[in-house]
Ligand binder design. Structure first.
Ligand SMILES: [Zn+2]
Length: 549
């Protein structure tokens, strides 16, 4: 009698415990998503033989590695790339189609994240803060926060505000980026009313200054750059962002901050999984200056290989092997330089934005018999249209058509208007599909041009660029490392939108609101729960037959 009562009591207790415990299985302790700004997918193969054992090879040799990951949209830029990775969706869903755009309400160009209802905090600069308020879809981080009712903690780090903010989402506990001039770490009042004390202490410890007056040398001792402060020819000082940010010291500085954040906020020590997104900006800053095939870019990749290895060593120390998951990807690739194109007899060319603007105005002026500035700005291959300059009887969508026609007559293979893209009036081709995925309701009137392959707007400050619908801009790494992933090289073509739904299903949470990505089931180990052994099914306990005394 007593035993029967005890059994019932135990069953009730266990059921109650199961109710509490089954809402969310906390595994692993921490997920780290590494996004390298401007890191083309082929770099992992190009430098593979030179990498060490614990950096990129952790992903390519011991992780689940997808060497054919391509963005399937045309606007291959930083803000859209980070939003796409986080939301698992393209621009029509998340709204971020460029780094900045014309805002018809404020009648000025705004950045993808600036938010006049917030303020910058953390450094000595004052100014308008930033937030994810332009996102139209939620993120993997938001879903993790929802699933745990805010218990999971989420942080984003980058030298660039848009990269730290858009990669994490609405409900992040914090996103941190730097003040370009001083290098001090900043955040905005969107996340917190005052900066954490540890951040102020970090900024006060000359954490940035220690990377000034340094020499960056190649592995064979060749001097590649110095971070000695100096001025541009026009007398303006070169900012910390440009000076340190274009060397591996920029990535060192980010990893320093990441380690500090992990320790101070005790990330990965709660009852549920935490998430940290680190976007490494230095590769993009140098990439624009040097071009993808320069010896500096090789040295940067090798330095990052070592830095990732050191960071992974730190994670092992903090949590132990197998207690965290890593994901690796990039926001976009990059085109070869014009001189490389010339050398290899590839097409290309560097159309000048100011010459294009003059020519577009001339052509439209001739058609309308009125000279005016019909263009607000050009962010090649995108043209923002000054609809107000057109005669009042021309509708806004017609002003876009005037500009698109003029673009087609001036070197573009094709040009699609915002109206056409929004209505899905695009050719039923793979190129049309890419532009369908680049639409956003933001930005007033605009036209996206289809440039010639290898053509982009090169300048003296930026000899290489990205932002085209071509493979060199779309190709990025995609790889996972951790006990939950089945190591292997998976050569099917995949997309960066697959990252969020894959991690979501493994964490046992909903995928982001608008994600259209595929769950990469081929790379998932059979069991992912922390309380069950991976890869091998546990033996079933033998149930004894009921005995009737
Ligand atoms: Zn860039």
């Amino acid at each position: 009698m007593f035993r029967a009562k005890l059994t019932v009591l135990l069953a009730v207790l266990l059921a109650a415990l199961a109710c509490f415990g089954s809402a969310y299985q906390p595994s692993p302790k921490l997920v780290v998503i590494l996004i390298i700004d401007q890191f083309r997918g082929d770099y992992l193969e190009r430098y593979h033989s030179e990498f060490g054992a614990n950096g990129f090879r952790l992903f390519t040799d011991r992780g689940a590695y997808f060497p054919a990951c391509y963005y399937q949209y045309a606007n291959t830029l930083t803000a859209p790339g980070h939003a796409t990775i986080a939301t698992g969706a393209y621009s029509p869903a998340h709204g971020i189609f460029s780094n900045q755009w014309w805002d018809p309400a404020q009648k000025r160009v705004i950045t993808s994240v600036e938010d006049s209802s917030t303020k910058l905090i953390g450094g000595e600069v004052e100014g308008i803060g930033a937030s994810p308020h332009n996102l139209l879809a939620d993120t993997l981080a938001d879903e993790l926060r929802l699933a745990t009712q805010g218990q999971s903690r989420v942080y984003g780090i980058a030298l660039k505000d848009r990269a730290a903010i858009l990669s994490t989402g609405f409900s992040a506990n914090g996103a941190f980026w730097i003040d370009d001039d001083s290098g001090a770490w900043l955040t905005s009042t969107y996340y917190m009313s005052a900066p954490p004390r540890w951040l102020l202490a970090f900024n006060g410890q000359d954490s940035a200054k220690k990377y000034l007056n340094q020499e960056w040398k190649d592995t064979d001792g060749t001097l590649l750059a110095s971070t000695k402060p100096h001025n541009f020819d026009d007398g303006k000082p070169v900012s910390f962002y440009e000076l340190v940010g274009s060397t591996p010291f920029g990535n060192d500085y980010e990893f320093d901050f990441a380690r500090e954040l992990i320790q101070q906020e005790k990330l990965g020590y709660g009852a549920v999984t935490d998430l940290l997104v680190i976007s490494l900006s230095a590769n993009d800053i140098l990439g624009h200056l040097a071009g993808p095939d320069a010896p500096e870019m090789r040295a940067m990749a090798l330095a990052l290989d070592r830095q990732i290895g050191e960071f992974v060593g730190f994670l092992n120390q903090q949590y132990g092997q197998g207690q965290y998951w890593l994901a690796l990807t990039a926001d976009h690739g990059v085109a070869p330089t014009q001189s490389t194109d010339k050398q290899l007899k590839l097409p290309g060319g560097s159309p000048s934005s100011s010459e294009l603007r003059t020519q577009l105005n001339k052509d439209i002026g001739a058609r309308l018999h009125k000279q005016a500035d019909y263009i607000r700005s050009i962010s090649y291959p995108m043209v923002f249209v000054n609809s107000e300059a057109f005669p009042p009887n021309v509708s806004e969508s017609e002003t876009e058509i005037y500009v698109a026609e003029a673009m087609k007559a001036n070197g573009f293979l094709n040009a699609f208007t915002k109206e056409q893209m929004g209505n899905g009036e695009l050719p039923p081709t793979s190129l049309g599909h890419l532009y369908l995925n680049s639409y956003s309701p933001y930005g007033g009137a605009w036209v996206m041009g289809v440039p010639m392959p290898f053509a982009y707007n090169a300048t003296s400050k930026s000899i290489a660029n990205h932002g085209s619908p071509y493979s060199y801009d779309q190709h990025v790494p995609l790889a996972f490392y951790g006990a939950a992933f089945k190591p292997g090289v998976y050569r099917d073509q995949v997309e960066p939108i697959d990252l969020a739904p894959t991690l979501a299903v493994m964490l046992g949470i909903n995928k982001p609101t608008s994600s259209g990505g595929r769950v990469l089931t081929e790379a998932i180990a059979q069991r992912t729960r922390s309380d069950e052994p991976l890869l091998t099914a546990p033996p079933k306990p033998r149930v004894p037959k009921e005995s009737h005394p």
